[in-house]
Structure formats: C-alpha cells, structure tokens
Ligand binder design. Structure first.
Ligand SMILES: Cc1ncc(COP(=O)(O)O)c(C=O)c1O
Length: 355
C-alpha cells in the first residue's frame, strides 16, 4: 500500500465503482428521464436529460487554466464540497483528526465535525502578522492526524502564508498527513499558486474556486488539484451528475478567452480598490489597524467594531463582524466592492468616528 493509500479510509479503498448508464445522443431509454422538454427549457441538452456524470471537458479546461494535467483536477460544487469530500476520504469517524490554524475559514472544522473527526487548533501568530507557526503545527501532528488545512491567502486575516513554511511542513509530513492549501483568494495575491509545487510534493492538495476572482459564486464551482494518485482516490467519492446543466453552461461561457481577459482586468481593479480602501481607512481616527491583504477583502481593527457594524447594517451595508471572535477582538472584514459601495462604507465609518 502506498503512503497516500495508507492514509485513506479503508471503506473508500474497498468501494466498488457505481455502474453508470452510458451517455449518448441516440434514443435514450436507459436513464428513466422524461422524453419531453419542460415548457421554458432553453438549455442544450434540455434539462429533461441528466448532465454529463463527470464532465471531463470542464476538468480539462480548468487544468489548462491552472497549468496542470487534466487528470490532476477534479471539479467540485464549490471548494466547500472539496473540503467535505477530503474529510470523507481521509478521516475515520471517532478515530482520525485534522489540524486547523485559526482564525481561519470555519468550514474545515464544520465538515470535520460532520464527519466525526477530531480538530486540533494551532493558532496563527497574531503578533507576527498572523503567520504560521510551523514548529507548533508539527508538534501537534499525531499518528491519527490525516489532514492539515492551511488557507493562503487566509480568510479572514487576508495574508498569504509563508511559502517555505508551508512546503517545509508538507515535506516533514510526507507519509504522515496530507497538507491541503486552500487558495480561494490566490488570484488577488502577488505570489502565484502553489500548484507548481505539486510535482515534487506528493502529499499536497490545492483547493481552487471560481467563486471569487472568477465571479461565479452563484454557480458553485471549485476544484481539487493534486497528484494523480490523490485525484484518483478522490474521484471514487465524487457524486455523479453533481454539476447541473446551467452550471456547466456558465462555466463554458466563463472559460472563453474574452471572459478570462475581463477576469484579469477585474483582478487588477480589485487590487487597486483594495489599496484605495486601505489608504482611506488609515486616515480615520477610530481605525486602529488595517491588516495587509492579498485577498479581495480587508481585515480592520477599529474602536466600537460592533457599533460600526450595526450602523452599516442600518444603512443596508453588510460587513462581516468578528468583534466577538476570541482571536479577532474589535475586527470587521470588508469585502472590496465597487467604488460607490466603498464610498458608502467609508462615509458610514467616518460618521461613526465623528459622532
Ligand atoms: C477560504 C475559503 N475557502 C473556501 C470557500 C468556499 O468557496 P466556494 O464558494 O468555492 O465553496 C470560501 C468562501 O468564502 C473561503 O473563504
């Protein structure tokens, strides 16, 4: 058994693959679909037909976008689903555990709890700009640790994790655990994805999403990118027909050359607006700290954060309030919006500061 197989749940290793009815354009009397389209069905193929069980063309196009081989990409319903499936692939209920580094994206812990896996927390070091404490992470790794979830750039703090620390951890954990780097916001960062490191780091998994820079949050599309061995094992538990025909249509439209060029432009714009917002916030008396950001949001520490959040809400401006979060007292997170949305936000914070 390989070092990776050794970490996989035995139930998954024993799974027999489900026998899917063959797809095709002939007379389809093999899947109990309706032979008739619905009244307002404008899709091709019609919504009366099941979509591709596993649309390989989409993995191939995402692979091109991410610059890896098609077999290294598995498309999921948002990266959320990839997190859930990784937990189900590697963690035995009541036996195995994961390591997370808070403050970070909450869903790693939630899906671990759903799966009945333990969660060990090794906090990021707030005093060192929310940096990763690699020694503490290594010390926390137990024989039943299966997954280490790292988020880079990290949500909600905004910064990239140190690349050498992440890769050093992956090396140190070879044969002991899989290191998952969630790169939901990497398109907004100065440094490229760690996807280029997959070849020499067999226990590395990268999560990508089309929900942020690619503006497709409503379509629910993400990807798990890893070695062929890990993607083969992961595919065993991906449900068939999960990606609906309208979603596949949205992905097809996004991935044409022109749309991708407009994504590039938008990323530049978001990065500029992020700097503009940070500079404006820094001039406000009640703002104590604007954390540097590699993402499409800013984490901000300010006086009376809960009051500011409530004042924003009363004007219909929704911000993320972390003021009661033990690691982020007095912090709010602002997503980068349009220039008009940012002006409205700044006006509200200034009013609170002067009131
Ligand atoms: C770090 C991180 N990972 C994953 C996700 C989930 O993304 P998706 O829409 O692809 O499920 C989010 C959503 O906010 C996120 O912040």
């Amino acid at each position: 058994m390989s070092a990776i197989q050794h970490l996989v749940r035995p139930q998954v290793l024993a799974l027999q693959s489900y026998d899917l009815p063959p797809a095709g354009d002939g007379i389809r009397l093999n899947a109990n679909e309706s032979a008739w389209r619905g009244e307002n069905d404008r899709y091709s193929p019609g919504l009366n037909r099941y979509p591709d069980a596993y649309p390989q063309w989409l993995s191939a196009r995402l692979a091109k976008l991410f610059q890896v081989a098609p077999e290294q990409v598995v498309v999921t319903r948002g990266s959320d689903e990839a997190i859930d499936l990784l937990l189900r692939l590697f963690c035995r209920e009541g036996v195995d555990e994961i390591i997370v580094c808070p403050p970070t994206f909450a869903m790693y812990k939630v899906y671990a709890q759903v799966q009945g896996a333990g969660v060990t927390e090794v906090p990021l070091d707030a005093g060192k700009g929310f940096g990763l404490d690699a020694d503490k992470v290594l010390a926390a790794c137990q024989p039943n640790t299966r997954l280490l979830f790292l988020c880079s750039p990290n949500n909600p703090t905004g910064q990239l994790l140190d690349e050498q620390a992440v890769l050093g951890l992956a090396q140190a954990l070879l044969g002991r655990a899989v290191v998952v780097v969630d790169e939901a916001y990497v398109e907004f960062a100065d440094r490229p994805s760690l996807i280029g490191q997959l070849e020499r780091t067999p226990n590395l998994v990268i999560l990508r999403t089309l929900s942020k820079a690619y503006a497709l949050a409503g379509a629910r599309l993400g990807a798990m990118v890893a070695s062929r061995e890990i993607t083969d094992l992961f595919r065993r538990i991906v449900p068939p027909y999960a990606l609906a025909t309208p979603v596949l249509e949205a992905a097809d439209a996004l991935l044409d050359v022109q749309s991708l060029q407009s994504v590039e432009k938008r990323i530049k714009q978001v990065r500029q607006l992020r700097e503009d917002l940070a500079a404006e916030l820094a001039t406000i008396r009640t703002v104590r700290k604007v954390w540097p950001s590699d993402a499409n949001f800013l984490l901000v520490s300010l006086d009376n954060a809960a009051g500011v959040s409530a004042a924003c809400a009363s004007r219909g401006i929704l911000v993320r309030d972390f003021s009661r979060h033990p690691d982020l007292p007095d912090c709010l997170r602002f997503t980068i919006g349009t220039p008009e949305e940012q002006s409205a936000l700044l006006a509200c914070i200034r009013e609170q500061a002067n009131g």
